[in-house]
Design a protein around this ligand. Structure first.
Ligand SMILES: *Cc1c(COP(=O)(O)O)cnc(C)c1O
Length: 358
């Protein structure tokens, strides 16, 4: 039986192992780990591997992904990572036990939705400690807490921050301390217990190993470090974790010797770019049935075979220079690549890419 291409191949043993390594490290520091499933569109088999490895919650940024996870009846809390849209509050309180929030209006709407449906919903208040993505500015804390105190159908679970995503700010003792200062303020001034202090994502793991994580941070939301064994923001490799967990397999549909410079007057390519083509003579070129629709850019792909060079991609093709390869390629052969986080996410999202497990 021949396997379908292209495929995203996920080694569940290695994902489970990475979850184990990271959960154990975090546990030593009193931190519980929510496994973040958005990088693989919440495929239940992978979520399960995260839970078997010791994650105590599942987290995703999309309501649709949480609804998908619900169908597997995992016995852990489900956390919505992205600040809810006002237009989805009913779905949010139904599929998520907890959501991360940063807008008073949305918090009030979640409360009204929970009331309508006769349920309780937990919230974590996000505070911006410098990365300039989501989170209230610390000066907005008093009115926000006062609004939360009026919500009978919400349970205030704690506070959190996100770093390393938009601004690329690296988690540090000082920004973690900012978060803990807000906890102290909420507990002393409003007598509101702050159960969870959600200090961050994969980029916070290095701080644990360096010994600079202040006590009191007790919750992480981790995706990339479990899936790929590293954190891109700080170029950190998690000690003891696998980096070769996830692969992309694609099939050669043409292999031919051709000149390295296009022939004719050059305009812009299909994506509006003008390109320069150095003349390297005739080269052996392979074309893969994989394109930007599946992987968005080729910069996120590393070939298993280092003798292969990626020349570029169009919507449905990736072009390779295989002249230096010691292997002879022809149509029907398959090639393997390591994806980065973005390529993995795109491949997981593309309905044209098969999902395979080892
Ligand atoms: C995606 C996301 C995470 C997980 O980030 P990783 O770098 O993959 O660990 C954590 N928190 C929030 C709010 C997110 O959106």
């Amino acid at each position: 039986m021949s396997k379908k291409n292209p495929a995203l191949i996920i080694d569940l043993f290695k994902v489970r192992h990475n979850a184990q390594v990271i959960s154990a490290l975090c546990k030593q520091h009193g931190i519980q780990v929510a496994g973040v499933t958005k990088g693989f569109c919440a495929i239940p088999e992978v979520a399960e591997a995260m839970l078997e490895g010791g994650c105590t919650m599942l987290a995703d940024s999309r309501v649709k992904n949480l609804q998908k996870l619900r169908e597997s009846h995992f016995k852990v809390e489900h956390l919505l990572l992205r600040t809810p849209m006002l237009s989805e509050v009913d779905e949010v309180v139904q599929c998520a036990d907890i959501s991360l929030n940063s807008e008073i209006g949305t918090i009030l709407a979640l409360n009204a939705a929970a009331q309508r449906l006769g349920i309780q919903h937990k919230i974590i208040l996000m505070i911006d400690v410098g990365d300039l993505r989501e989170g209230i500015w610390p000066t907005q804390l008093p009115p926000t807490i006062e609004a939360i105190l009026t919500c009978d159908h919400l349970l205030f679970e704690g506070i959190g921050c996100n770093l390393g995503c938009y601004g690329g700010v690296i988690p540090s003792l000082s920004n973690m301390q900012m978060l803990l200062d807000q906890k102290a303020l909420i507990e002393t001034h409003y007598h509101l217990p702050v159960k969870l202090v959600s200090g961050g994502n994969s980029s916070a793991i290095q701080l644990l190993n360096s010994g600079d994580m202040p006590r009191g941070v007790n919750h992480f939301r981790v995706g990339e470090a479990i899936l790929l064994g590293r954190s891109t923001t700080d170029r950190y490799i998690v000690p003891g974790a696998y980096q070769d967990t996830i692969f992309i397999r694609a099939e050669v549909i043409e292999c031919n010797w051709k000149p390295s410079v296009p022939i004719g007057r050059l305009g812009q390519d299909a994506f509006g770019h003008s390109r320069k083509f150095p003349d390297r003579g005739r080269r052996n070129r392979a074309i893969l049935a994989l394109g930007r629709q599946d992987i968005s850019t080729t910069s996120g792909l590393v070939p298993f075979n280092p003798q292969i060079e990626i020349l570029g991609a169009t919507s449905d093709h990736v072009l390779l220079d295989v002249t230096a390869a010691d292997q002879f390629y022809r149509a029907g052969d398959t090639l393997m690549f390591y994806p980065n986080y973005t390529a993995m996410l795109n491949a997981a999202t593309s309905e044209y890419v098969e999902k395979e497990f080892i």
